[in-house]
Write a protein that binds this ligand. Sequence first.
Ligand SMILES: Cc1cc2nc3c(=O)[nH]c(=O)nc-3n(C[C@H](O)[C@H](O)[C@H](O)COP(=O)(O)O)c2cc1C
Length: 184
Amino acid sequence: MKTLIIVAHPDLQASRINRAWTEAAQKQAETTVHLLYEAYPDKKIDVAREQSLLESHDRIIFQYPLYWYSTPPLLKQWFDEVLTYGWAFGPGGDRLKGKEIGIAISTSGTAASYQPGGYNLFTIRDIAKPVEALANYVSARYLPPFALHNAHHVTDEQIADSQAAYVKHLVEAQPVRYEALEIL
Ligand SMILES: Cc1cc2nc3c(=O)[nH]c(=O)nc-3n(C[C@H](O)[C@H](O)[C@H](O)COP(=O)(O)O)c2cc1C
């Protein structure tokens, strides 16, 4: 199983969580860590290079800080430009079929705020539904989200624990199972 981690953080040097996760992932075997903002400082994405990276891996993790309940802009651009008709979907567009797609998200909101009844109203699984829907659309299997909350108050020890949990997640996560739709 070869894992590709696509890290989309506009300022990794200033980051605590995504930098720690990136450093942990870089030590893993069979894992490629691809720093999107560093690869494309001019925001001109090399679509052929990205598609070839995707084709040579089985499991793809999008790792990013939550920005207005969504992805940083370069990752949205990446979705729009890389997942093309005839490649990811449409006639002959089966290159991601059967691969696994997951997300790893950091947030400044607390864990409790990302529960029903919390001040953010929705869970991370709810908020990241566009990525889950995208995975479904390209016939990939979706992994449960990995997250760390309360970004600006977590201790170094909590970040180290999260690094270890991330490494375990990268190896052990299993795709979510959907209830079969009953056709009446
Ligand atoms: C433009 C912007 C939008 C943000 N939007 C959210 C948000 O919607 N929810 C949230 O919990 N945190 C939000 N944050 C906080 C970031 O998610 C947080 O700083 C980041 O996850 C910390 O991770 P890092 O240590 O890797 O930088 C936002 C930060 C920025 C700069």
